[in-house]
Design a protein around this ligand. Sequence first.
Ligand code: HEM
Length: 285
Amino acid sequence: MSSPLAPGWLDELDLHVGPPDASMGTRALDPDRWFLVDDQWDAQRAEAARLLASERDEVLVSADDPAVGAVVAELDDVVRTWLGRSRGSVPPVVTDQRDPPRGLADTRLLVADDLCLLLPGEGGWRLAAGCVCFPSYWRPRDRIGGPLDGVHAVVPGYPGALAGRVDGFLGRLRPGQGVWRRNWLVHDVADLHLPTWVDDVDRPTPVPEGRWLRSERQTLVRLPTVEAVVFTIRTQQVPMAVLGSRPDVARGLAAAIRGWSPEQRAYKGAAIDDALLRWLSAQAG
Ligand code: HEM
């Protein structure tokens, strides 16, 4: 039951009702679907290139760690191999990989996904480098070098047991093995680069049907030889109004939101308010 306006990924959203607020939600990754080459592929790569030129220090970060160089080089290699297999052609390597952040930026521009590199450390897996052009209310430079429980400090339900499960899971991933998961959020604007929390900017929240349902398709893949995991983030979004043709999804979103804890409701921000809930219920029929 999907139309061009209501994309298939709506059926992949986690619409569970009730606790827990946060869960692993990972599924085995089909290697052919590591990256999704869709109608936004070129436009998002172009937008990433624009942001890398105008906001480089915001979107490109690396810890001062000598291990990062080899990891960046291997990531570039596996991304090019994947593109060669699935797309048939790959641009030649132009980067001097002795400059790891630059190498990571060049690899980022080959795909539509943001790329983060995770390395194991004493306090667990940590964010060692990232090229994140389309953050959803976070600043990569605030989180660089930190362990994943610190990266998720403000996420309801993450610190504690889930943090331990994620760390253990990353340690058990075999070379080349991968998983994927999806989140979903509601944004008041369609900008892809949104480092600033919606509640902190001075703009009126649009009517519900003028908001955006945004989802990140995330993958976690263990690189083949270096002890590192790449975390990819593909941002997809549709105007909320498309749910007019998907009453089942509108109903599911409303039920999921009503099942959230007060902490989760506060965390998810001002674009999920009572007006949205009323609108979703009206679409659900
Ligand atoms: C299986 C692994 C992971 C799980 C279960 C997980 C879970 C979550 C959850 C539940 C949230 C709240 C928003 C949402 O609903 O998605 C979140 C946000 C976030 N995650 Fe993860 N995550 C994982 C891996 C990662 C990794 C590897 C990174 C590395 C950069 C990361 C970075 C973030 C950031 C920056 C946020 C936003 C936090 C904020 O609001 O300040 N996550 N994650």
